[in-house]
Design a protein around this ligand. Structure first.
Ligand code: UD1
Length: 419
């Protein structure tokens, strides 16, 4: 089994190019199913989750060619409408293929996505919305049997919670549906805008993406298009955390600073200097950071739940106490016991977590329990005295492209080893 070994104590300085966003790439890859024509997607990160999405496209009948970060997808011969259980299990977000398969084939057969490391993660909002668009859904022996016998039609969908995945599924299912669909209380994440931009390039008529009401005028067909995925704001935030915890000085390139707006003030509160350029962000951190009052995760434009864990690592060594409130997922503090193994002083009570800053973390053998929690252990390891060995790193590889190369490039000491 591969592990990452991090040797702490070095100040990180230099420049990093930020990869394309995983959470944009996945729905956009699903969207390539919607036309019969070739689609070209640039800036697609090389990650195991993207590989899983490609396997699904190929299974369904697409031809996929990859050159570095560009994928060329030919969906001309799609002939299947099911996703086998092993592919569904490989990536929970494969549920985002449901809307696209239904729109293309009029039916879909998917195994229920299993539970997940972040808590139950139900899909009721996805299914209720698809029913409104004319889909009948039966849940049989762990499989979802979905049919739109008379084709998909438009609907007014009000989401009880602005779910990212549900908003994406509704977009994918409605762009080819008859009539005008309106999504109220839609998710407003930059990844939703990116998906809508790609769909519009293909000839779809989506208005309002990035706001809470999205209007989709159904069109007859979509055509070939070329699109570049937006930069990954969570990867950018993770590297800023690496810079902050080591008292470093970093320039992130190929980022959208606007997408980081909810996080930037916290680096300032910690005492770092941070400024945004056109497509770049500069950070310079002091050797001792200050605590922050409270970080509450919220749907966009609030503070992202995906950045909670890396920020927590940084605050374990800040001067004073910081509070976190996790409002999006029930079970997103699995990194806490691992950080405590490294000496951190953290108390969890339900959704609230209090981090009392200490002067020194110490290296330990720890386990990545999920993607962002795993990245947080790297952040902590960069500051800890001695060596930190991180196990279960397949979680980290789902979302960070060659993370050890990027960190080495800015002066960190980290290597992948076989244990
Ligand atoms: C996406 C992101 C994930 C991020 C999350 C929140 C992808 C591939 N993943 O996940 O990295 O952490 O947004 O920003 O883009 N919920 C329901 N019923 C549903 C759907 C969701 O109750 O039908 C609940 C979930 O359990 C969770 C909350 O809503 O508590 C947010 O989920 P959602 O926004 O759907 O997240 P994902 O799309 O799964």
């Amino acid at each position: 089994m591969s592990v990452l070994e991090v040797e702490g104590g070095r100040r990180l300085t230099g420049e990093i190019d930020i990869q394309g966003a995983k959470n944009s790439s996945l729905p956009i890859l699903a969207a390539t199913l919607l036309s019969g024509e070739k689609q070209i997607i640039h800036n697609c990160p090389q990650l195991s989750d993207v590989d899983a999405a490609v396997k699904i496209l190929e299974y369904l009948g697409c031809t996929v060619k990859r050159e570095e970060h560009t994928l060329e997808i030919d969906p001309g011969s799609v002939s299947r409408w099911d996703i086998p259980e092993d592919l569904m299990r490989e990536m929970r977000s494969s549920i985002v293929f449901l809307g696209a398969i239904l729109a293309r084939m009029g039916k879909a057969l998917l195994s229920m996505p299993g539970g997940c490391e972040l808590g139950p993660r139900p899909i009721d909002l996805h299914l209720d919305a698809l029913r409104k668009l004319g889909v009948t859904i039966e849940d049989e022996h762990g499989y979802l049997q979905c049919k739109a016998e008379d084709g998909l039609h438009s609907a007014k969908v009000i989401l009880a919670f602005p779910s990212v995945g549900a908003t994406e599924n509704i977009l994918l299912a409605s762009v080819l549906a008859k009539g005008t669909t309106v999504i109220s209380n839609a998710a407003q994440e930059p990844e939703i805008i990116d998906l809508a931009d790609f769909l519009n390039r293909c000839g779809a008529k989506v208005r309002g993406a990035g706001k809470s009401t999205i209007v989709i005028d159904g069109v007859e067909r979509l055509h070939a298009a070329e699109h570049a995925v937006i930069p990954d704001r969570i990867v950018a935030a993770t590297y800023l955390c690496c810079g902050a915890i080591t008292g470093g000085e970093l320039l992130l390139k190929h980022v959208n600073p606007n997408d980081l707006e909810s996080m930037i003030p916290f680096f300032e509160e910690m005492g770092a200097t941070i400024s945004a350029g056109h497509h770049s962000v500069y950070l310079k951190a002091p050797s001792v950071l200050k605590s922050v009052r409270s970080i509450r995760t919220m749907p966009y434009p609030g503070f992202p739940t995906d950045a909670q864990a890396p920020f927590m690592s940084v605050l374990t060594v800040a001067n004073g106490s910081s509070m976190f409130v996790e409002n999006i997922f029930e079970n997103r503090y699995k990194h806490v016991p691992e950080l405590c193994r490294m000496g951190a002083d953290i108390k969890v009570e339900g959704r609230v977590c209090v981090v009392n800053g200490i002067s020194r973390l110490t290296g330990a053998v720890v386990r990545a329990e999920d993607l962002r929690g795993g990245a947080a252990l790297i952040v902590a390891g960069l500051k800890a005295q001695g060596k930190t060995v991180i196990r279960n790193i397949h979680h980290i590889d789902r979302g960070y492209e060659k993370i050890e190369d990027s960190i080495m490039q800015i002066g960190g000491m980290i290597r992948r080893m076989e244990e």
